[in-house]
Design a protein around this ligand. Structure first.
Ligand code: 5GP
Ligand code: ZN
Length: 114
C-alpha cells in the first residue's frame, strides 16, 4: 500500500529502530512508548486490521505471534513477562490501519486492562 505508514517503514522509506525481521514480519520500537519497553510487530503482508485475517495465510498469521515471542525474548522480556496487544478498529483506538501487535513490558503492568 503506497500511502500506508507501516508499509513505508517495512520498505525502509521511513526510518525505524529495527529489532527483528523475517520473511513475514518486521519489528521496531514504538515512537511513543507506553511502557519502558514498547515494540511493534507488523505483518509484511498489508491488511488493515485483524478482521481481514482471511487475507493472510495461516503461515503469515502464525508468523506474527511467533515474531512477538521472538522479539520479547530478544528484548529480555521473556522471564519477567510481557503483554501482547492488538488494537482492532475504532473502539480500540487503532490509529495505523496496518495489522500490528504491541509488545509491552519492562515493568509491572496494571492488573487489569482498561
Ligand atoms: P495503534 O494505535 O494503531 O494500535 O498503534 C499504532 C502505534 O504506532 C502507536 O503506538 C504509535 O505510537 C506508533 N507509531 C505511529 N507512527 C509511528 C512512526 O512513524 N514510527 C514508529 N516507530 N511508531 C509509530
Ligand atoms: Zn501497510
Amino acid at each position: 500500500m503506497d500511502d500506508c505508514l507501516f508499509c513505508k517503514i517495512i520498505k525502509g522509506d521511513i526510518p525505524s529502530n529495527k529489532i527483528y525481521e523475517d520473511e513475514d514480519t518486521y519489528a521496531f520500537f514504538d515512537i511513543h512508548p507506553q511502557t519502558r519497553v514498547h515494540a511493534l510487530v507488523v505483518s509484511k503482508h498489508h491488511i488493515p486490521d485483524l478482521g481481514y485475517n482471511a487475507e493472510l495465510s495461516d503461515h503469515e498469521l502464525a508468523a506474527c505471534l511467533r515474531a512477538c515471542a521472538a522479539v520479547a525474548t530478544q528484548l529480555g522480556l521473556a522471564q519477567g513477562g510481557y503483554r501482547v496487544v492488538n488494537n482492532c478498529g475504532k473502539d480500540a483506538c487503532q490509529t495505523v490501519q496496518h495489522l500490528h501487535f504491541h509488545i509491552l513490558g519492562g515493568q509491572q503492568m496494571a492488573e487489569r486492562m482498561a
